[in-house]
Design a binder for this molecule. Structure first.
Ligand code: CP
Length: 308
């Protein structure tokens, strides 16, 4: 089966069979990272550029590791030392990078829609590594892979996404992805952080933390994104944490086998306590491990034999 299109810009553009294809490909590639020599020749001769206009630890590193495990050449551009600081536009940057004949550009940008703009300027594949509050498709795919690994299937599960829904590209991509695979998604947070009309994406919205956690099979806690908040959305961090932070007392009111996800980076003691983040329900580091497999699968499906 082939992956449609040259780019991966968002989960909204995919259907359930596309998502299943990425997950099953990632499942078969996961063992490469367990080998003594963690490398397959599949993408030998391909060039992948990581172009990150925003900070990243997990996404950038795992895209680079994924490229290298597939034997592609990976180039990281640090925006702070590139000609972007001299005022070069996205279009000029794209055209100049394209002139070096890459096969794929992975881009993260603070403005929603920039990956789509880039995809229209270049012939090579473009992968969205997070654009503003719009989408973070590879994060949602690794989240779905992690839940599928632990629960066997996603259809019929109840997922609650809790926190700053308004500013979260992770929430948006996961709402699209989990609902397409047949899960019931609830979003929860202070009314100022749950955008009106979010239900149109196929989820249920509540401002009650208890309501969100009581029947959930999976709880996804979100980081408070102070860098995207132009005004204060809650009276104090302490009050936010008391009402919407996940600690052991609240976790005791959830299902005994509930899974806890967080995309990272964590604000420990704010949206999640250290006991919960490091406890037996937490899959936070499994998510990071699965991030490499998912990104290998994305490259394979966009650039590899599956495409040809
Ligand atoms: N989850 C995530 O996108 O983390 P980074 O910002 O570290 O890439």
């Amino acid at each position: 089966m082939r992956f449609k299109g040259k780019d991966l810009l968002g989960i909204e553009d995919l259907d359930a069979s596309d998502i299943d294809l990425v997950l099953s490909t990632a499942e078969s590639l996961r063992e490469v990272s367990e080998r003594e020599i963690k490398k397959v020749p599949t993408l030998r001769g391909k060039t992948i550029i990581n172009l990150f206009y925003e900070p990243s630890t997990r996404t950038r590193t795992s895209f680079e590791i994924a490229a290298k495990r597939m034997s592609a050449d990976a180039v990281n551009i640090s925006v702070s030392t590139s000609s972007v600081v001299k005022g070069e536009t996205i279009k000029d940057t794209a055209k100049n990078l394209e002139a070096m004949k890459p096969d794929c550009i992975v881009i993260r940008h603070s403005a929603s829609g920039v990956p789509m703009m880039l995809a229209n300027y270049v012939k090579c594949s473009v992968v969205n590594a997070g654009d503003g509050a719009h989408e973070h498709p590879s994060q949602a795919l690794l989240d779905m892979l992690t839940v599928k690994e632990k629960k066997g299937a996603i259809a019929g599960l109840k997922l609650s996404i809790i926190g700053d829904i308004t500013h979260s590209r992770v929430a948006r991509s996961n709402i699209y992805g989990f609902t397409k695979l047949g899960a019931q998604v609830t979003v929860a947070g202070p009314p100022t952080m749950v955008p009106p009309g979010i239900e149109k994406l196929g989820c249920r919205a509540t401002s009650s933390m208890d309501d969100a956690i009581k029947d959930a099979d999976v709880i996804m806690m979100l980081r408070i994104q102070l860098e995207r908040q132009k005004e204060s959305f809650f009276p104090s961090v302490r009050e936010y944490s008391r009402l919407y932070g996940l600690d052991e007392a609240k976790l005791n009111r959830a299902k005994k086998d509930v899974l806890i996800l967080h995309p990272g980076p964590i604000n420990r003691g704010v949206e999640v306590s250290s006991e919960v983040a490091d406890g037996p329900h937490s899959l936070i580091l499994d998510q990071v491990t699965n991030g490499v497999a998912v990104r290998m699968a994305i490259f394979y499906l966009l650039l590899g034999a599956a495409k040809e």
